[in-house]
Design a protein around this ligand. Sequence first.
Ligand code: SF4
Ligand code: SF4
Ligand code: FES
Length: 238
Amino acid sequence: MEKHYSLQLKIHRFDPEKKRAWVQEYTLKAGRILRFVDLFRKINDEQDPTLAWNSSCEHGQCGSCSVRVNGKPLLACELLVENAVEKFKTTTFNIRPLSIAPVVRDLVFDIETAYERVDQAKPYIINAKPTVRTGRAYTITPRELERYVNATRCINCFCCAAACMSSPKSYLGPNAMLAGIVRVMDPREQEKSERLKLIYGDRGVQRCHTSQACTHVCPKEIEVAHFIALAKEGRFRS
Ligand code: SF4
Ligand code: SF4
Ligand code: FES
């Protein structure tokens, strides 16, 4: 018979109309391979339709379902009940939104405000090499790609930003830095100086304390701290 767990979810809620914040406890039975997004949906269906949360792809690709579970920022669509019980050694879970932007409602934070920091890093090619501009294929050698392909897997879930000990007021954050570093390492991009100004500017990599928390929580297994360390060493200045 399928194993079921009896779970306690203590969810941090926020009602923007009443400006009221509180913790609501839900008790539910769940099969071992349900994911945390399934638990939220189960709560909506069976107990409380007012609980608000975010998800889109539900396959670890869009970054919209990130929450903090028992202190750890993670993707709710990737966390299975049985893995959560094993990982945290409990069936009680404290769930709150990431504290990287104002909360809109319950587990939903203001994604536009969160993205403002990434936007500053211009996560796109500003000035492409001529071959790219004329629409011809630009060949990147496997050797060139190997240097930075790991960093291109970022889905901007903001888990690293939530785990980072540096203040978002003084630091643009690990995923914003990564976005800039990827394009500095991208051989198709000609505009390096504008990017380096940002990476080495007041809100840039000098604010990183090398704690490696970003790497530790990244659901895409990107070595975020490694790329930031390369920048701190001045590897991209020449
Ligand atoms: S670097 Fe990893 S943790 Fe940070 S936003 Fe990208 S995918 Fe998420
Ligand atoms: S290594 Fe740097 S960027 Fe990463 S979490 Fe620590 S302080 Fe933040
Ligand atoms: S819903 Fe897309 S990453 Fe979780």
